[in-house]
Ligand binder design. Structure first.
Ligand code: SF4
Length: 499
Protein backbone atom coordinates (compact mmCIF):
# COMPACT_ATOMS: atom_id res chain seq x y z
CA UNK A 1 0.00 0.00 0.00
CA UNK A 2 1.09 3.58 -0.67
CA UNK A 3 2.05 5.60 2.42
CA UNK A 4 0.37 8.76 1.02
CA UNK A 5 -2.93 9.32 2.86
CA UNK A 6 -5.85 8.64 0.54
CA UNK A 7 -8.44 11.34 -0.12
CA UNK A 8 -11.25 8.82 0.09
CA UNK A 9 -11.92 5.80 2.22
CA UNK A 10 -13.51 2.55 1.21
CA UNK A 11 -16.19 0.56 2.95
CA UNK A 12 -17.42 -2.95 2.34
CA UNK A 13 -20.21 -1.79 0.03
CA UNK A 14 -17.87 0.57 -1.84
CA UNK A 15 -15.28 -2.18 -2.26
CA UNK A 16 -17.91 -4.55 -3.67
CA UNK A 17 -19.23 -1.87 -6.04
CA UNK A 18 -15.65 -1.30 -7.20
CA UNK A 19 -15.14 -5.01 -7.75
CA UNK A 20 -18.10 -4.91 -10.13
CA UNK A 21 -16.92 -1.73 -11.89
CA UNK A 22 -14.51 1.11 -11.04
CA UNK A 23 -16.67 3.61 -12.92
CA UNK A 24 -19.67 2.69 -10.80
CA UNK A 25 -17.62 3.15 -7.62
CA UNK A 26 -16.31 6.52 -8.84
CA UNK A 27 -19.85 7.79 -9.35
CA UNK A 28 -21.02 6.37 -6.02
CA UNK A 29 -18.23 8.22 -4.20
CA UNK A 30 -18.15 11.46 -6.21
CA UNK A 31 -21.92 11.82 -6.66
CA UNK A 32 -23.36 10.34 -3.46
CA UNK A 33 -26.58 12.33 -3.96
CA UNK A 34 -27.18 11.04 -7.51
CA UNK A 35 -30.85 10.28 -8.10
CA UNK A 36 -29.88 6.76 -9.25
CA UNK A 37 -28.63 6.03 -5.72
CA UNK A 38 -31.92 6.77 -3.95
CA UNK A 39 -33.07 3.33 -2.80
CA UNK A 40 -36.32 2.12 -4.36
CA UNK A 41 -39.16 1.08 -2.00
CA UNK A 42 -38.34 -2.54 -2.87
CA UNK A 43 -34.68 -2.10 -1.92
CA UNK A 44 -35.63 -0.26 1.30
CA UNK A 45 -37.87 -3.19 2.18
CA UNK A 46 -35.03 -5.69 1.62
CA UNK A 47 -32.70 -3.54 3.77
CA UNK A 48 -35.27 -3.26 6.57
CA UNK A 49 -35.92 -6.97 6.55
CA UNK A 50 -32.14 -7.55 6.48
CA UNK A 51 -31.88 -5.53 9.72
CA UNK A 52 -34.50 -7.78 11.31
CA UNK A 53 -32.65 -10.90 10.12
CA UNK A 54 -29.44 -9.50 11.66
CA UNK A 55 -31.21 -8.97 14.99
CA UNK A 56 -32.53 -12.54 15.07
CA UNK A 57 -29.13 -13.93 13.98
CA UNK A 58 -27.45 -12.30 16.97
CA UNK A 59 -29.70 -14.32 19.30
CA UNK A 60 -28.14 -17.48 17.81
CA UNK A 61 -24.64 -16.42 18.90
CA UNK A 62 -25.45 -15.28 22.44
CA UNK A 63 -23.68 -13.20 25.10
CA UNK A 64 -22.03 -10.79 22.69
CA UNK A 65 -21.57 -7.04 22.89
CA UNK A 66 -23.55 -4.89 20.45
CA UNK A 67 -21.84 -1.81 18.99
CA UNK A 68 -25.01 0.20 19.14
CA UNK A 69 -24.18 3.45 17.35
CA UNK A 70 -25.68 4.99 14.21
CA UNK A 71 -24.21 3.42 11.08
CA UNK A 72 -22.79 6.76 9.88
CA UNK A 73 -20.63 7.23 12.99
CA UNK A 74 -17.82 5.24 11.43
CA UNK A 75 -14.90 6.35 13.61
CA UNK A 76 -16.88 6.23 16.86
CA UNK A 77 -17.89 2.68 16.01
CA UNK A 78 -14.26 1.76 15.34
CA UNK A 79 -13.28 3.21 18.74
CA UNK A 80 -16.12 1.48 20.59
CA UNK A 81 -15.30 -1.86 18.95
CA UNK A 82 -11.68 -1.51 20.00
CA UNK A 83 -12.84 -0.81 23.55
CA UNK A 84 -15.23 -3.78 23.53
CA UNK A 85 -12.45 -6.14 22.42
CA UNK A 86 -10.50 -5.41 25.61
CA UNK A 87 -12.99 -7.35 27.74
CA UNK A 88 -12.77 -10.35 25.36
CA UNK A 89 -16.52 -11.04 25.07
CA UNK A 90 -17.68 -14.27 23.35
CA UNK A 91 -18.90 -12.17 20.40
CA UNK A 92 -19.10 -8.61 19.11
CA UNK A 93 -22.12 -7.64 17.01
CA UNK A 94 -21.97 -4.92 14.34
CA UNK A 95 -18.30 -4.20 15.12
CA UNK A 96 -16.40 -1.78 12.86
CA UNK A 97 -12.72 -2.06 11.92
CA UNK A 98 -10.44 0.21 9.92
CA UNK A 99 -7.24 -0.65 8.07
CA UNK A 100 -5.72 0.29 4.69
CA UNK A 101 -8.17 3.24 4.49
CA UNK A 102 -11.00 0.69 4.45
CA UNK A 103 -13.82 0.29 6.96
CA UNK A 104 -15.19 -3.20 7.48
CA UNK A 105 -18.41 -3.74 9.41
CA UNK A 106 -18.62 -7.27 10.81
CA UNK A 107 -22.09 -8.64 11.58
CA UNK A 108 -20.84 -11.11 14.19
CA UNK A 109 -17.25 -11.51 15.35
CA UNK A 110 -17.11 -14.74 17.32
CA UNK A 111 -14.29 -15.68 19.67
CA UNK A 112 -12.89 -19.15 19.16
CA UNK A 113 -10.15 -21.05 21.06
CA UNK A 114 -7.57 -20.06 18.42
CA UNK A 115 -8.69 -16.57 17.49
CA UNK A 116 -11.78 -15.10 15.89
CA UNK A 117 -14.39 -16.16 13.39
CA UNK A 118 -16.19 -13.77 11.06
CA UNK A 119 -19.90 -14.52 10.63
CA UNK A 120 -21.55 -12.60 7.80
CA UNK A 121 -25.35 -12.67 8.09
CA UNK A 122 -27.31 -12.70 4.83
CA UNK A 123 -31.07 -12.38 4.44
CA UNK A 124 -30.88 -14.71 1.45
CA UNK A 125 -32.03 -18.31 1.19
CA UNK A 126 -28.68 -19.58 -0.07
CA UNK A 127 -24.95 -18.85 -0.24
CA UNK A 128 -24.07 -16.80 -3.33
CA UNK A 129 -20.66 -16.37 -5.01
CA UNK A 130 -20.68 -12.61 -4.31
CA UNK A 131 -20.79 -13.29 -0.55
CA UNK A 132 -17.19 -14.56 -0.62
CA UNK A 133 -15.37 -11.28 -1.52
CA UNK A 134 -17.63 -9.53 1.00
CA UNK A 135 -16.31 -11.79 3.78
CA UNK A 136 -12.76 -11.72 2.36
CA UNK A 137 -12.62 -7.94 2.78
CA UNK A 138 -13.64 -8.28 6.43
CA UNK A 139 -10.99 -10.93 7.09
CA UNK A 140 -8.35 -8.79 5.36
CA UNK A 141 -9.17 -5.69 7.45
CA UNK A 142 -9.33 -7.71 10.69
CA UNK A 143 -5.93 -9.27 10.06
CA UNK A 144 -4.44 -5.90 9.17
CA UNK A 145 -5.82 -4.70 12.54
CA UNK A 146 -3.83 -7.49 14.20
CA UNK A 147 -6.79 -9.78 14.97
CA UNK A 148 -6.28 -13.46 14.17
CA UNK A 149 -9.36 -14.03 11.99
CA UNK A 150 -8.93 -17.71 11.31
CA UNK A 151 -12.42 -18.74 10.37
CA UNK A 152 -15.15 -17.33 8.08
CA UNK A 153 -18.81 -18.25 7.72
CA UNK A 154 -21.91 -17.03 5.94
CA UNK A 155 -25.06 -17.42 8.00
CA UNK A 156 -28.02 -17.34 5.63
CA UNK A 157 -31.72 -18.17 5.89
CA UNK A 158 -32.84 -21.77 5.62
CA UNK A 159 -35.51 -22.29 2.93
CA UNK A 160 -36.58 -25.52 4.70
CA UNK A 161 -37.47 -23.73 7.94
CA UNK A 162 -41.20 -23.55 8.70
CA UNK A 163 -42.91 -21.31 11.24
CA UNK A 164 -43.47 -21.80 14.18
CA UNK A 165 -40.28 -23.87 14.51
CA UNK A 166 -37.63 -21.22 13.89
CA UNK A 167 -34.90 -23.31 15.56
CA UNK A 168 -33.46 -24.00 12.11
CA UNK A 169 -34.03 -20.51 10.66
CA UNK A 170 -30.34 -20.19 9.75
CA UNK A 171 -27.76 -22.28 7.95
CA UNK A 172 -24.09 -21.54 8.71
CA UNK A 173 -21.77 -22.31 5.83
CA UNK A 174 -18.00 -22.39 6.25
CA UNK A 175 -16.38 -20.25 3.53
CA UNK A 176 -12.86 -20.11 5.02
CA UNK A 177 -11.17 -21.90 2.10
CA UNK A 178 -12.95 -19.81 -0.55
CA UNK A 179 -12.14 -16.63 1.36
CA UNK A 180 -8.44 -17.53 1.64
CA UNK A 181 -8.36 -17.88 -2.16
CA UNK A 182 -9.90 -14.45 -2.73
CA UNK A 183 -7.80 -12.75 -0.01
CA UNK A 184 -4.65 -12.83 -2.14
CA UNK A 185 -6.09 -10.23 -4.51
CA UNK A 186 -7.69 -7.95 -1.90
CA UNK A 187 -4.71 -5.64 -1.07
CA UNK A 188 -4.03 -4.86 -4.75
CA UNK A 189 -7.72 -4.25 -5.44
CA UNK A 190 -8.02 -1.87 -2.45
CA UNK A 191 -4.96 0.04 -3.67
CA UNK A 192 -6.30 0.18 -7.24
CA UNK A 193 -9.69 1.47 -6.08
CA UNK A 194 -8.17 4.17 -3.86
CA UNK A 195 -5.85 5.29 -6.69
CA UNK A 196 -8.74 5.35 -9.15
CA UNK A 197 -10.90 7.46 -6.81
CA UNK A 198 -8.19 10.11 -6.66
CA UNK A 199 -8.28 10.48 -10.45
CA UNK A 200 -10.86 11.41 -13.08
CA UNK A 201 -13.87 9.26 -14.00
CA UNK A 202 -12.35 6.04 -15.37
CA UNK A 203 -13.23 4.82 -18.82
CA UNK A 204 -14.88 1.41 -18.46
CA UNK A 205 -16.65 -0.21 -21.42
CA UNK A 206 -20.13 -1.64 -20.88
CA UNK A 207 -20.47 -5.42 -20.68
CA UNK A 208 -21.81 -8.38 -18.74
CA UNK A 209 -20.43 -6.89 -15.52
CA UNK A 210 -23.11 -4.15 -15.70
CA UNK A 211 -25.74 -6.59 -14.48
CA UNK A 212 -23.62 -9.06 -12.49
CA UNK A 213 -23.83 -9.72 -9.65
CA UNK A 214 -26.30 -6.80 -9.44
CA UNK A 215 -27.89 -4.36 -11.86
CA UNK A 216 -25.68 -1.27 -11.84
CA UNK A 217 -27.71 1.84 -10.88
CA UNK A 218 -26.02 3.79 -13.69
CA UNK A 219 -27.13 1.61 -16.59
CA UNK A 220 -29.01 4.53 -18.20
CA UNK A 221 -25.87 6.69 -18.15
CA UNK A 222 -23.66 4.16 -19.91
CA UNK A 223 -25.90 2.06 -22.15
CA UNK A 224 -27.01 3.67 -25.40
CA UNK A 225 -30.75 3.97 -25.98
CA UNK A 226 -31.70 1.19 -28.36
CA UNK A 227 -33.82 1.89 -31.44
CA UNK A 228 -37.47 0.74 -31.39
CA UNK A 229 -37.85 -2.97 -32.18
CA UNK A 230 -34.16 -3.65 -31.62
CA UNK A 231 -33.38 -7.36 -32.05
CA UNK A 232 -32.96 -7.63 -28.27
CA UNK A 233 -36.73 -6.95 -28.00
CA UNK A 234 -37.54 -10.31 -29.58
CA UNK A 235 -39.54 -12.22 -26.96
CA UNK A 236 -37.18 -13.75 -24.37
CA UNK A 237 -34.23 -13.74 -26.77
CA UNK A 238 -30.94 -14.75 -25.20
CA UNK A 239 -28.42 -11.93 -25.00
CA UNK A 240 -25.91 -14.08 -26.93
CA UNK A 241 -28.35 -14.58 -29.81
CA UNK A 242 -29.20 -10.86 -29.99
CA UNK A 243 -25.47 -10.05 -30.12
CA UNK A 244 -25.06 -12.58 -32.96
CA UNK A 245 -27.86 -10.91 -34.93
CA UNK A 246 -26.24 -7.52 -34.36
CA UNK A 247 -22.84 -8.85 -35.46
CA UNK A 248 -24.49 -10.13 -38.65
CA UNK A 249 -25.74 -6.59 -39.35
CA UNK A 250 -29.32 -7.00 -38.13
CA UNK A 251 -29.83 -4.23 -35.58
CA UNK A 252 -33.62 -4.15 -35.62
CA UNK A 253 -36.45 -6.56 -36.39
CA UNK A 254 -36.95 -4.74 -39.70
CA UNK A 255 -33.42 -5.75 -40.76
CA UNK A 256 -33.91 -9.51 -40.29
CA UNK A 257 -33.81 -11.48 -43.58
CA UNK A 258 -37.09 -13.10 -44.60
CA UNK A 259 -35.59 -16.60 -44.79
CA UNK A 260 -34.25 -16.54 -41.20
CA UNK A 261 -35.40 -19.53 -39.15
CA UNK A 262 -37.47 -18.25 -36.20
CA UNK A 263 -39.60 -19.70 -33.41
CA UNK A 264 -43.37 -19.45 -33.94
CA UNK A 265 -43.70 -16.55 -31.49
CA UNK A 266 -40.72 -14.68 -32.97
CA UNK A 267 -42.08 -15.20 -36.49
CA UNK A 268 -45.44 -13.70 -35.40
CA UNK A 269 -43.65 -10.81 -33.71
CA UNK A 270 -41.56 -10.09 -36.83
CA UNK A 271 -44.67 -10.27 -39.02
CA UNK A 272 -46.61 -7.82 -36.80
CA UNK A 273 -43.72 -5.36 -36.51
CA UNK A 274 -42.80 -5.34 -40.21
CA UNK A 275 -46.45 -4.99 -41.26
CA UNK A 276 -47.08 -2.38 -38.56
CA UNK A 277 -50.29 -3.99 -37.31
CA UNK A 278 -51.59 -6.67 -34.97
CA UNK A 279 -51.41 -10.31 -36.06
CA UNK A 280 -54.22 -12.59 -34.88
CA UNK A 281 -53.99 -16.33 -35.53
CA UNK A 282 -57.09 -18.26 -36.68
CA UNK A 283 -56.43 -20.57 -33.71
CA UNK A 284 -57.53 -17.83 -31.27
CA UNK A 285 -61.17 -18.97 -31.28
CA UNK A 286 -60.21 -22.45 -30.12
CA UNK A 287 -57.95 -21.04 -27.40
CA UNK A 288 -60.84 -18.99 -26.02
CA UNK A 289 -63.30 -21.91 -26.00
CA UNK A 290 -62.56 -22.93 -22.36
CA UNK A 291 -63.49 -19.43 -21.11
CA UNK A 292 -67.10 -20.38 -20.43
CA UNK A 293 -69.49 -18.14 -18.50
CA UNK A 294 -70.15 -17.42 -15.74
CA UNK A 295 -66.52 -16.34 -15.35
CA UNK A 296 -64.67 -15.01 -12.33
CA UNK A 297 -61.49 -12.95 -12.91
CA UNK A 298 -58.99 -13.37 -10.09
CA UNK A 299 -55.80 -11.63 -9.01
CA UNK A 300 -53.79 -11.88 -5.77
CA UNK A 301 -51.26 -9.55 -4.22
CA UNK A 302 -48.76 -11.13 -1.85
CA UNK A 303 -46.32 -10.12 0.86
CA UNK A 304 -43.12 -11.92 1.84
CA UNK A 305 -41.21 -11.85 5.10
CA UNK A 306 -37.59 -12.87 5.58
CA UNK A 307 -38.37 -14.04 9.13
CA UNK A 308 -41.66 -15.96 8.81
CA UNK A 309 -44.45 -15.03 11.22
CA UNK A 310 -47.34 -17.23 10.21
CA UNK A 311 -47.91 -20.94 10.60
CA UNK A 312 -46.24 -23.14 7.96
CA UNK A 313 -44.48 -20.23 6.23
CA UNK A 314 -40.83 -20.41 5.16
CA UNK A 315 -38.44 -17.44 4.77
CA UNK A 316 -39.46 -15.08 1.94
CA UNK A 317 -42.57 -17.12 1.10
CA UNK A 318 -45.10 -15.16 -0.97
CA UNK A 319 -48.23 -15.06 1.17
CA UNK A 320 -51.51 -13.88 -0.37
CA UNK A 321 -52.78 -10.83 1.52
CA UNK A 322 -55.15 -9.20 -0.97
CA UNK A 323 -57.36 -10.27 -3.85
CA UNK A 324 -59.68 -8.78 -6.42
CA UNK A 325 -62.42 -10.76 -8.17
CA UNK A 326 -64.71 -9.56 -10.94
CA UNK A 327 -67.48 -12.08 -11.48
CA UNK A 328 -70.30 -12.35 -13.98
CA UNK A 329 -73.55 -12.62 -12.03
CA UNK A 330 -76.87 -13.42 -13.64
CA UNK A 331 -78.97 -10.28 -13.92
CA UNK A 332 -76.29 -8.05 -12.32
CA UNK A 333 -73.56 -8.04 -14.97
CA UNK A 334 -70.00 -7.77 -13.70
CA UNK A 335 -69.78 -7.58 -9.89
CA UNK A 336 -66.60 -6.72 -7.97
CA UNK A 337 -65.43 -8.47 -4.77
CA UNK A 338 -62.23 -7.77 -2.89
CA UNK A 339 -60.36 -8.41 0.32
CA UNK A 340 -57.29 -6.70 1.78
CA UNK A 341 -55.32 -7.49 4.94
CA UNK A 342 -55.42 -5.04 7.82
CA UNK A 343 -52.91 -5.55 10.61
CA UNK A 344 -50.03 -7.95 11.19
CA UNK A 345 -52.04 -11.14 11.76
CA UNK A 346 -52.10 -14.14 9.39
CA UNK A 347 -54.24 -12.93 6.45
CA UNK A 348 -54.94 -16.37 4.97
CA UNK A 349 -57.99 -17.65 6.93
CA UNK A 350 -60.14 -14.54 6.37
CA UNK A 351 -58.88 -14.13 2.80
CA UNK A 352 -59.68 -17.78 1.94
CA UNK A 353 -63.17 -17.38 3.38
CA UNK A 354 -63.82 -14.24 1.30
CA UNK A 355 -62.31 -15.84 -1.82
CA UNK A 356 -64.54 -18.90 -1.65
CA UNK A 357 -67.59 -16.65 -1.29
CA UNK A 358 -66.45 -14.36 -4.15
CA UNK A 359 -65.89 -17.21 -6.62
CA UNK A 360 -69.11 -19.07 -5.79
CA UNK A 361 -71.11 -19.66 -8.95
CA UNK A 362 -68.16 -19.24 -11.35
CA UNK A 363 -67.74 -21.94 -13.95
CA UNK A 364 -64.19 -20.86 -14.79
CA UNK A 365 -61.73 -18.63 -12.93
CA UNK A 366 -59.59 -16.47 -15.20
CA UNK A 367 -56.08 -15.40 -14.27
CA UNK A 368 -53.19 -13.83 -16.18
CA UNK A 369 -50.13 -16.04 -15.56
CA UNK A 370 -52.25 -18.55 -13.66
CA UNK A 371 -49.37 -20.50 -12.09
CA UNK A 372 -49.01 -17.64 -9.59
CA UNK A 373 -52.71 -17.79 -8.63
CA UNK A 374 -52.48 -21.61 -8.51
CA UNK A 375 -49.58 -21.44 -6.03
CA UNK A 376 -51.50 -18.95 -3.89
CA UNK A 377 -54.65 -21.11 -3.84
CA UNK A 378 -52.67 -24.26 -2.95
CA UNK A 379 -50.98 -22.39 -0.16
CA UNK A 380 -54.35 -21.19 1.13
CA UNK A 381 -55.68 -24.77 1.05
CA UNK A 382 -52.72 -25.91 3.16
CA UNK A 383 -53.09 -23.03 5.60
CA UNK A 384 -56.89 -23.29 5.93
CA UNK A 385 -57.70 -27.03 5.76
CA UNK A 386 -61.37 -26.42 6.61
CA UNK A 387 -61.74 -24.75 3.18
CA UNK A 388 -59.37 -27.06 1.28
CA UNK A 389 -62.12 -28.72 -0.78
CA UNK A 390 -63.67 -25.40 -1.91
CA UNK A 391 -60.22 -23.98 -2.70
CA UNK A 392 -59.27 -27.07 -4.71
CA UNK A 393 -62.46 -26.58 -6.71
CA UNK A 394 -61.43 -23.00 -7.50
CA UNK A 395 -57.99 -24.27 -8.55
CA UNK A 396 -59.46 -26.80 -10.99
CA UNK A 397 -61.49 -23.99 -12.61
CA UNK A 398 -58.43 -21.82 -13.38
CA UNK A 399 -57.94 -20.79 -17.02
CA UNK A 400 -54.98 -18.70 -18.11
CA UNK A 401 -55.33 -15.68 -20.38
CA UNK A 402 -51.56 -15.14 -20.79
CA UNK A 403 -50.84 -18.12 -23.11
CA UNK A 404 -53.94 -17.22 -25.14
CA UNK A 405 -52.36 -13.87 -25.95
CA UNK A 406 -48.79 -15.19 -26.22
CA UNK A 407 -49.61 -18.06 -28.59
CA UNK A 408 -52.24 -16.41 -30.81
CA UNK A 409 -51.85 -12.63 -30.89
CA UNK A 410 -49.06 -10.10 -31.34
CA UNK A 411 -49.35 -6.32 -31.39
CA UNK A 412 -46.26 -4.25 -32.34
CA UNK A 413 -46.67 -2.26 -29.10
CA UNK A 414 -46.09 -5.38 -26.98
CA UNK A 415 -42.36 -4.66 -27.43
CA UNK A 416 -41.45 -8.32 -26.97
CA UNK A 417 -43.25 -8.68 -23.62
CA UNK A 418 -46.53 -10.39 -22.74
CA UNK A 419 -46.80 -8.86 -19.28
CA UNK A 420 -50.26 -7.41 -18.70
CA UNK A 421 -48.68 -3.95 -18.28
CA UNK A 422 -47.58 -4.14 -21.93
CA UNK A 423 -50.42 -6.09 -23.52
CA UNK A 424 -53.31 -4.19 -21.88
CA UNK A 425 -52.74 -0.70 -23.37
CA UNK A 426 -51.91 -2.24 -26.77
CA UNK A 427 -55.09 -4.32 -26.86
CA UNK A 428 -57.54 -2.13 -24.95
CA UNK A 429 -57.21 1.48 -25.94
CA UNK A 430 -57.56 3.96 -23.08
CA UNK A 431 -56.92 1.40 -20.34
CA UNK A 432 -53.53 1.09 -18.64
CA UNK A 433 -51.93 1.42 -15.21
CA UNK A 434 -50.52 4.90 -15.84
CA UNK A 435 -53.26 6.76 -13.92
CA UNK A 436 -52.76 4.74 -10.71
CA UNK A 437 -50.79 5.86 -7.67
CA UNK A 438 -49.45 2.30 -7.26
CA UNK A 439 -48.89 0.93 -10.72
CA UNK A 440 -46.60 -2.06 -10.51
CA UNK A 441 -46.41 -5.27 -8.51
CA UNK A 442 -43.19 -4.75 -6.57
CA UNK A 443 -44.41 -1.46 -5.12
CA UNK A 444 -47.77 -3.05 -4.31
CA UNK A 445 -46.01 -5.81 -2.35
CA UNK A 446 -43.96 -3.36 -0.32
CA UNK A 447 -46.88 -1.01 0.31
CA UNK A 448 -49.16 -3.86 1.35
CA UNK A 449 -46.53 -4.95 3.85
CA UNK A 450 -46.35 -1.36 5.12
CA UNK A 451 -50.14 -1.20 5.50
CA UNK A 452 -50.14 -4.44 7.49
CA UNK A 453 -47.20 -3.78 9.77
CA UNK A 454 -47.10 0.01 10.07
CA UNK A 455 -50.75 0.87 9.44
CA UNK A 456 -51.56 1.21 13.15
CA UNK A 457 -49.01 4.01 13.50
CA UNK A 458 -50.25 5.94 10.44
CA UNK A 459 -52.53 8.96 10.45
CA UNK A 460 -56.06 7.74 9.56
CA UNK A 461 -56.10 9.66 6.25
CA UNK A 462 -52.65 8.28 5.29
CA UNK A 463 -53.77 4.74 6.04
CA UNK A 464 -57.03 5.20 4.13
CA UNK A 465 -55.13 6.66 1.14
CA UNK A 466 -52.67 3.79 1.06
CA UNK A 467 -55.44 1.23 1.33
CA UNK A 468 -57.36 2.89 -1.50
CA UNK A 469 -54.27 2.99 -3.76
CA UNK A 470 -53.69 -0.73 -3.17
CA UNK A 471 -57.35 -1.53 -3.69
CA UNK A 472 -57.43 0.34 -7.01
CA UNK A 473 -54.26 -1.39 -8.26
CA UNK A 474 -55.54 -4.91 -7.59
CA UNK A 475 -58.97 -4.06 -9.01
CA UNK A 476 -57.31 -2.79 -12.20
CA UNK A 477 -55.63 -6.17 -12.67
CA UNK A 478 -58.94 -8.03 -12.82
CA UNK A 479 -60.76 -5.30 -14.77
CA UNK A 480 -57.88 -5.45 -17.28
CA UNK A 481 -58.61 -9.15 -17.81
CA UNK A 482 -62.33 -8.48 -18.24
CA UNK A 483 -61.67 -5.91 -20.97
CA UNK A 484 -58.89 -7.95 -22.56
CA UNK A 485 -61.10 -11.00 -22.92
CA UNK A 486 -63.81 -8.81 -24.44
CA UNK A 487 -61.26 -7.53 -26.95
CA UNK A 488 -59.95 -11.00 -27.80
CA UNK A 489 -63.49 -12.21 -28.41
CA UNK A 490 -64.12 -9.24 -30.67
CA UNK A 491 -60.97 -10.14 -32.64
CA UNK A 492 -62.51 -13.55 -33.41
CA UNK A 493 -65.61 -11.74 -34.63
CA UNK A 494 -63.44 -9.52 -36.87
CA UNK A 495 -61.74 -12.60 -38.27
CA UNK A 496 -65.07 -14.30 -39.10
CA UNK A 497 -66.15 -11.18 -40.97
CA UNK A 498 -63.00 -11.44 -43.09
CA UNK A 499 -63.82 -14.95 -44.32
S1 SF4 B 1 -23.36 0.67 -16.43
FE1 SF4 B 1 -21.65 -0.75 -16.56
S2 SF4 B 1 -19.90 0.44 -17.22
FE2 SF4 B 1 -21.44 1.91 -16.54
S3 SF4 B 1 -20.91 2.27 -14.39
FE3 SF4 B 1 -22.39 0.65 -14.42
S4 SF4 B 1 -21.22 -1.25 -14.42
FE4 SF4 B 1 -19.83 0.41 -15.01
Amino acid sequence: MSTRPATYRLSKSRFLAGLQCHKQLWWRVHEPDASELIPSPALRNVLNQGTEVGRVARERVPAGVLIDLPFSEWDNRVAETREALKSEPPAIYEGMFLADETYAAVDILERSPRGYGVVEVKAANSLKPEHVPDVALQVHVLRRCGLPAEHAEVMHLNPDCRHPDLGNLFVREDVTAAVEGVLLGVPDEIAAQLRMLDGPLPDVPIGDHCTRPHDCPFLDRCWPRLPDHHVSSLYRIERKKALEYEADGYATIYDLPSDLELSVIHARQVKAVTRGRMVVEPTLAGALAPFTSPLAFLDFETVSLAVPRWNGCRPWQNVPAQFSVHIEERGRGMVHHEWIADGPGDPRPALADALVAACAGARKVVAYYASFERDCIRQLAEAVPSLAKELERIETKLVDLLPVVRNHVYHPDFGGSFSIKRTLPALVSGLSYADLEINEGETATVELLRLMFEGDGMRPEEKAGLREALRRYCERDTWAMVKMLEKLRSLIGDQLELF
